[in-house]
Design a protein around this ligand. Structure first.
Ligand code: NAD
Ligand code: TYD
Length: 360
């Protein structure tokens, strides 16, 4: 993988939020890459969690699912002891900016207090073992750095934190707690701040799957504001590979930015999706899909641009994303076309009604 020094050897993992989008991608990636490793998933199964995302791995001998909340410190301590966990990979979070604008409390509860609880459990159990051979990896976002203007250089690991939404503020708080537990208690921690992920199994409130499912149903494609906000898109499996490299080779106490080298305006993303859907679905009555694009009111406090300078992880760990944007979009769209059983129940549960109420 890399000739860099090995800093940690993950053998027995607790993956929080492993029934969510990136967490489930990570669990599948880990079990495919290291079939002998132990993975215990702890997930509260909120609206965003789905056991169906773990269906492909549920019969693997190293896999165990535990239904529970990260804020339940006694439960986490028991899992760390009973399973001799040496690595926590912390994905569990409330993750959607729009929801954080309308109901911020849950974001503080899970992202801040839940992370604190998890850190306390790790500190308590791993301290008994002298902390040796144990690592806490925290999965965070580039949104903690705030918003860039078009001419600004991309975010580096030393860019000052300037979170603008309740979501990014709660993630920033959790990043600071992780940093503090490293400096104060000597916990071996690493943090990754990554850009916008896309790929199979993403809950369809996020831009890419929302657009794909709306196109399939002939529904409007709601583009916020002028559609010129920029995000850097990262295929989820590439993100998982980056996290796995950090787990092994990342230096304790360090943070690493992970980006996709793929800055696009939202309109560019939606246009690319429309074109791909036109090609994949020549019989669709909704072609050409771009006619469904609808400008809606803007998200309050909408960050203009995120962009990642990923030279640290490239230089130290030899990491670069492998998937192209067009290849990743094709795989993603194909997956949604081939897996209506995964997303149909979500539509029936009415998640889209919530979005339409906010921005319709
Ligand atoms: P997601 O919303 O798809 O999944 C979150 C998972 O966490 C769900 O399975 C949910 O049930 C679980 N969860 C929520 N609260 C919990 C609690 N209190 N206890 C236990 N489990 C709980 O999120 P995602 O998109 O997979 O994001 C995973 C992580 O990556 C998050 O920390 C997020 O901040 C970060 N991140 C995401 C992106 C992105 O583009 N999706 C980008 C950068 C960083
Ligand atoms: P999103 O997927 O919610 O991720 P984030 O807000 O964390 O970047 O949104 C990505 C971009 O797409 C963001 O600029 C908001 C915009 N967007 C729309 O224009 N329409 C939509 O329906 C959604 C969900 C997002």
């Amino acid at each position: 993988m890399t000739d860099r020094p090995l800093h940690h050897h993950p053998r027995r993992l607790l993956v929080t939020g492993g029934a969510g989008f990136i967490g489930a991608n990570f669990v599948r990636y880990r079990l495919a890459t290291y079939p002998d490793s132990r993975i215990v998933v702890l997930d509260a199964l909120t609206y965003a969690g789905s056991l169906a995302s773990l269906e492909p791995v549920k019969a693997q001998p190293g896999f165990r699912f535990v239904h529970g909340d990260i804020i339940d410190q006694p439960l986490v301590e028991q899992l760390l002891r009973d399973e001799s966990i040496d690595t926590i990979v912390h994905f569990a979070a409330e993750s959607h900016v729009d929801r954080s604008i309308h109901a911020p409390d849950a974001f503080v509860q899970t992202n801040v207090l839940g992370t604190l609880s998890l850190l306390n459990a790790a500190r308590s159990v791993w301290l008994e073992r002298g902390m040796a051979g144990c690592r806490f990896h925290h999965v965070s976002t580039d949104e903690v750095y705030g918003s860039l203007d078009p001419a600004d250089p991309p975010f580096t690991e030393s860019t000052a934190y300037a979170p603008n939404s309740p979501y990014s503020a709660s993630k920033a708080a959790s990043d600071h707690l992780v940093r503090a537990y490293h400096h104060t208690y000597g916990l071996d921690t690493t943090t990754s701040n990554c850009s916008n992920n896309y790929g199979p199994y993403q809950f369809p409130e996020k831009l890419i799957p929302l657009m794909v499912l709306n196109m399939l149903q002939g529904k409007p494609l709601p583009v916020y504001g002028d559609g010129l906000n920029v995000r850097d898109w990262l295929y989820a499996e590439d993100h998982c590979r980056g996290i796995d490299l950090i787990l092994h080779y990342g230096r304790s106490g360090e943070t690493y930015n992970i980006g996709g080298h793929c800055e696009k305006t939202n309109l560019e993303v939606v246009q690319a999706l429309c074109t791909a859907m036109d090609e994949l679905l020549p019989q669709s009555p909704h072609r050409p899909h771009h006619r469904l694009i609808t400008r809606v009111k803007d998200r309050p406090g909408h960050d203009r641009r995120y962009a990642i300078d990923a030279r640290k992880i490239a230089g130290e760990l030899g990491y670069t994303p492998a998937e192209s944007f067009s290849g990743g979009l094709q795989k993603t769209i194909r997956w949604y076309l081939d897996n209506p059983d995964w997303w149909q129940p979500l539509i029936e549960n009415g998640y889209q009604d919530w979005i339409t109420r906010q921005y319709g």
